[in-house]
Write a protein of this length. Structure first.
Lengths: 275, 325
């Protein structure tokens, strides 16, 4: 049984095919990485998988639920959470409140009880605050329990988005370039965090340029190029796929024997330059 | 205990209650009571409007329309058709809520300047209906309104109104503070900051915008109904564009996303023109200068800017301790 099933997915912007006829399945409990050169359509794909963009064609289903054409909040309510490459933190709130917003679906209450602040709501709010604090500690933000989001450094904000996404209790978590902009130590800590997510039973979709991270944590890799599927398969197989190497380095390099390493280096380099 | 008193919900409510209770000590005559009642009614509108503008980040330049609709609804039902004033007020409030719901659905899809234009249009339509439907509204001449009576008890006189409006203002502030500290209130603040960020944690942004639009319209409508009964007369000016601008100005002046800021903004901008009458011909110029000066020196509005100043002063010694280490 697959957790997520994508079939014939396409997205056109004017005459440009950002994503074209893409089909793949994601198995529960795995780390599924999506890689590809800049402009390959990775972020567009994530936006399609969370309802932020509506597909031009094709379908997206989570478990038995067909989510095609639904609004982002409906994707969230089915258990898909995400982080953003360009941060979408709520800068007008504290770090703790940001995570509390993530608990919205479990805590939702009627307007009347919100206006009157019923004792039940007051209790639920206290529990929500405690759980949010726990999640902040879980992603390593124990130093920011009373900080405003607008006073936090970039690396901490990236983790804050992960904590907020986790607060929704997702089945599927989409991470859009979580390592971008992090220093090497922070990037290394991400490996462990992603490992702990799958340990919690969360399936992870990872879009990332940092090949060390991708090769280290992925079970399965999808390679995109110009919006199409270039290759897909277990991490090792993809790493040595000549088509992939060609897309990254050009055809002559594909004849090189130690190409696997070369790609990893080149892609990391490309990612650095992109930054 | 002290920290609980310092929290805005308990501490602020307590402070506001004390101010309302002690204010009569300095209100030496009817005229002052009259101003205080006007402040209270404007503050009720601003507390609601601040939920929409300050917290949810959605502009409205048409809220005087809801205020006017509330005033005229009460006036027409109670005075022309002889409904009991409370029943008239209730029916009017429900009708205004329904209007806000129906109009809010399409126009809240718009953002920023476009939403401002749409709400401006809504306010103008309500104003035009009030001025032209003179069979019901009395047209530009206005309409007289029966006093507010509950059972056999007639609510009359500035002093009595002062206590009623004071209690209702406290209630309005309490409801607003509760909403802001609830999951729904956090959802509003979240969608203000990042609509897509709010949606991907399961918040239906459109539904929440509509909810807060209706709530703010209801606050304005009830204040309008009360104002009509209090002054015994309504004119279309209460529903006019200029009044909408005044209301938005009060919210911004007092401080966006601050419920007590909305109260302070309403208090200052309602009383300032009265105080400035000493400048006679230059009254409006001085008024404008005060507004400009406040926005330049306290850009977040009065209450948030002052609160920030206090926090910064308290934090300073701690910062020094850190650098020494």
């Amino acid at each position: 049984m697959n957790l997520l099933r994508v079939e014939g997915l396409s997205k056109k912007f004017g005459g440009v095919n950002a994503v074209e006829d893409l089909s793949f399945d994601i198995r529960p409990g795995s780390v599924y990485s999506i890689i590809g050169p800049n402009g390959a359509g990775k972020t567009t794909l994530l936006n399609l998988l969370t309802g932020v963009y509506q597909p031009s064609a094709g379908s997206i289903a989570l478990g038995d639920h067909d989510l095609t054409g639904r609004a982002p909040y409906e994707y969230a309510r089915q258990g898909i959470a995400r982080t953003f490459q360009n941060l979408q933190v709520f800068f007008n709130m504290s770090a703790l409140e940001n995570v509390m917003v993530g608990r919205y679906m479990q805590e939702r209450c009627g307007l009347a009880s919100a206006l009157l602040r019923t004792p039940r709501l007051a209790r639920a709010e206290r529990a929500c605050r405690e759980e949010a604090a726990e999640l902040l500690c879980y992603v390593g933000l124990q130093d920011y329990l009373s900080a405003g989001a607008d006073a936090m450094p970039y690396g901490a904000l990236k983790r804050l988005e992960i904590a907020r996404a986790l607060a929704t209790k997702p089945r599927l978590m989409l991470l859009d370039e979580p390592a971008a902009g992090l220093n090497p130590t922070e990037a290394l800590e991400l490996d462990g965090l992603i490992g702990r997510l799958t340990g919690r039973g969360v399936t992870v979709v990872l879009v990332e340029h940092n090949m060390r991270l991708v090769m280290g944590v992925s079970d399965h890799i999808l390679v995109l190029d110009y919006g199409r599927k270039l290759a897909e398969g277990p991490a090792l197989a993809v790493r040595n796929n000549p088509k992939v190497i060609e897309a990254y380095l050009g055809s002559s390099a594909a004849q090189d024997a130690s190409i696997g390493e070369a790609i990893a280096g080149a892609v990391t380099m490309a990612a650095e330059m992109h930054r | 205990m002290l920290s609980r008193l310092a929290a805005p919900r308990t501490g602020g409510m307590l402070a506001l209650a004390v101010v309302i209770a002690l204010l009569p000590l300095v209100l030496s005559n009817k005229y002052f009571y009259d101003i205080a009642v006007l402040v209270g009614l404007n503050a009720i509108v601003c507390v609601g409007l601040n939920l929409l503008i300050g917290y949810a980040g959605q502009i409205s330049l048409g809220h005087a329309g809801f205020f006017g609709a509330g005033a005229y609804g009460s006036a027409i039902l109670a005075s022309r058709y002889g409904w009991p004033p409370l029943a008239a007020m209730l029916a009017t409030t429900l009708a205004v809520a329904a209007l806000a719901f129906l109009v809010g659905r399409p126009i809240l899809r718009l953002k920023g300047h476009y939403l401002a234009m749409a709400t401006l249009g809504l306010g103008i339509i309500i104003f035009m209906v009030i001025t032209t439907e003179d069979r019901f509204t009395g047209g530009p001449d206005g309409i007289s309104v029966v006093p507010l009576s509950i059972g056999g008890f007639v609510l009359q006189g500035e002093r009595l109104w002062y206590w009623v409006v004071g209690a209702l203002l406290l209630l309005a502030v309490w409801l607003a503070l509760n909403l802001i500290e609830s999951p729904a209130g956090r959802a509003l603040r979240a969608l203000h900051s990042s609509e897509v960020g709010a949606e991907v944690v399961g918040i239906n942004a459109a539904e929440h915008k509509l909810m807060v639009f209706v709530i703010s319209a209801v606050f304005a409508s009830i204040a309008g109904s009360l104002a009509a009964h209090y002054s015994g007369f309504v004119t279309p000016g209460k529903a006019a564009f200029l009044h909408s601008i005044e209301l938005v100005t009060m919210v911004v002046f007092g401080g966006m996303a601050s419920t007590f800021g909305a109260v302070v903004g309403a208090a200052v901008l309602t009383t300032l023109p009265q105080l400035l009458t000493v400048f006679e011909d230059y009254e409006m110029m001085v008024f404008g200068a005060v507004m400009m000066g406040t926005m330049i020196f306290l850009p977040r509005g009065v209450v948030p800017s002052v609160a920030r100043l206090f926090r910064a002063r308290r934090r300073e010694p701690a910062d020094h301790a850190e650098t020494r280490r």
